[in-house]
Design a protein. Sequence first.
Length: 376
Amino acid sequence: MRTLIVQCLTVAAATALGLGCKSAPKAGASSVTPPAAKASGAVSSTSVRAPASSQYPTLGSIERLDPALNPLLPPGTLIEKLAEGFQWTEGPVWAGDSLLFSDIPANAVYRWKPGGKPALYIRPSGYLGTQRRGGEIGSNGLARDRQGRLVLCQHGDRCLARLEKDGNFTIFAAYYRLHRFNSPNDLVFKSNGDLYFTDPPYGLEGGNTDPKKEMPFNGVYRVKPSGEVTLLTEELTFPNGIAFSPDEKTLYVSVSDPKKPCIMAFTVLPNGNIAQGRVFFDATELAKTRKGLPDGLKVDRAGNLFATGPGGVLILSPAGQHLGTILTGEPTGNCAWGDGGSTLYITSNHSLLRVHTATRGPVMSSGISLFPAPGR
């Protein structure tokens, strides 16, 4: 597969160098210069903010359905609002000392550091073209590879891209059997370096009926470090969030189908493919009365799922028992572990939220800097 390189300085680096964040043109496209952040690196929009006080405001509540929730989220656990005013937050990932997350309609990635304000980190993040278009154009799911580099599901450009330490995007997967992906949505790395991702049609302006859709299905795929792409299943209507069990023997995939919202569980075979799936959790009844559908999910070290869905973030035991819900009161897109794995960060509609837990999830321990400091 041909590797494409697209230049995109981070906003912070571009500002330090006195430049705009300029994208190198793709084939047949002109270059485009999106706006850079202010010199401080802070978001210019006053609507995106972190509260001025040292104690963040709280919202929602914790729904407790089973005593087994208490060792994970002790009584008195609060849902903190860290920032608000975004369009639709998604794809959070911990980056050593800060959280990176997408704002899909804004075509941007933001960075939030504890005690600070959100800062524009990358723009454009998912669509580098010059033709104006609607739909969900920005990056969605974010992850870090074993070298600490940021990997993005780019909705608008319908590909998987890696952000190199020099500020360049490397597009390493965009096609399956000469057909373009729909719009890569969420992703997870296996410990051997294989990347698993979902490909629903949400980044296409017309969804499943968009004339630009080249796949007759919405798939789940694996990309090997060599670049080889394997279709794992084409049977899911709207595959979305994706995560492994701690032993990597089970692959969980959420299905955000309003007619049959659920979380599927697939046995991972020795060759990395998956066996026939089973319904791990059926969210049909919850979706009748609560906002949201199954979306991004993460797993703690004990195998419990923290899965965004109707009402907020559902906590499910390894056996699929619904232990309780972090009730955000609004559609909630994704979550990620941070702060050594004890904090769950939640991207919820227009906001960034945080919940301190008594459990732990996996995070990269290296704290690798994604970019060298300007001038070094």
